[in-house]
Design a protein around this ligand. Structure first.
Ligand SMILES: Cc1cc2nc3c(=O)[nH]c(=O)nc-3n(C[C@H](O)[C@H](O)[C@H](O)COP(=O)(O)O)c2cc1C
Length: 152
């Protein structure tokens, strides 16, 4: 059974809700899921996963990373995740500009690890709507399909 690890940073709960929904999507696809708050996990723990996902919000005056995920962000580029698949998602608000910039930042950071992008970055306004839940189901499927493709 493939293993996915979802790491999240969430202040008001939206990115956590995204992470939790995504965990259910993976479970429906028979993927074993580990869900972890970003301060409760080391970047090197991702070595145990086949599929690595970050769900984060964006904060500050210039679309900054949340303070609590900065350490994980910089540790990530030091880990060799060759043979794994990654995806980045999370919550933001168009109102602030730099919409979901932290999602793009993680997408780029994951590229440095040698892992393969399994889906385009998925940005969600506040908490997931029904439409977003469909997008999250597709996101999970795309990550899994990419991982299965790597095994061939
Ligand atoms: C001071 C402040 C700055 C913010 N800056 C941004 C931003 O630059 N880009 C963005 O997309 N959202 C921004 N947001 C919105 C949050 O990312 C959004 O409310 C998100 O849903 C919070 O996610 P969470 O519930 O997981 O904490 C900002 C919110 C606050 C309060």
């Amino acid at each position: 059974m493939p293993r996915a690890t979802i790491v999240y940073a969430s202040w008001t709960g939206n990115s956590e809700e995204i992470a939790e929904y995504l965990a259910e999507s993976f479970q429906k696809l028979n993927v074993d899921v580990r869900l972890s708050e970003c301060q409760q996990i080391d970047a090197k723990d991702l070595l145990d996963a086949d599929i690595c996902v970050v769900s984060t919000y964006t904060f500050g005056s210039r679309g900054d990373l949340p303070d609590e995920i900065v350490g994980f962000y910089f540790d990530l580029e030091k880990v060799d995740l060759t043979g794994r698949v990654f995806g980045a998602t999370g919550s933001g608000e168009e109102f602030y500009g730099y919409f979901c910039k932290s999602v793009d930042d993680f997408d780029k950071q994951f590229e440095k690890t040698g892992a393969v992008r399994g889906a385009e970055p998925l940005k969600i306004e506040l908490n997931p709507s029904e439409e977003d839940e469909k997008r999250l189901d597709e996101f999970a499927k795309s990550l899994l399909d990419t991982w299965e493709g790597l095994k061939k």
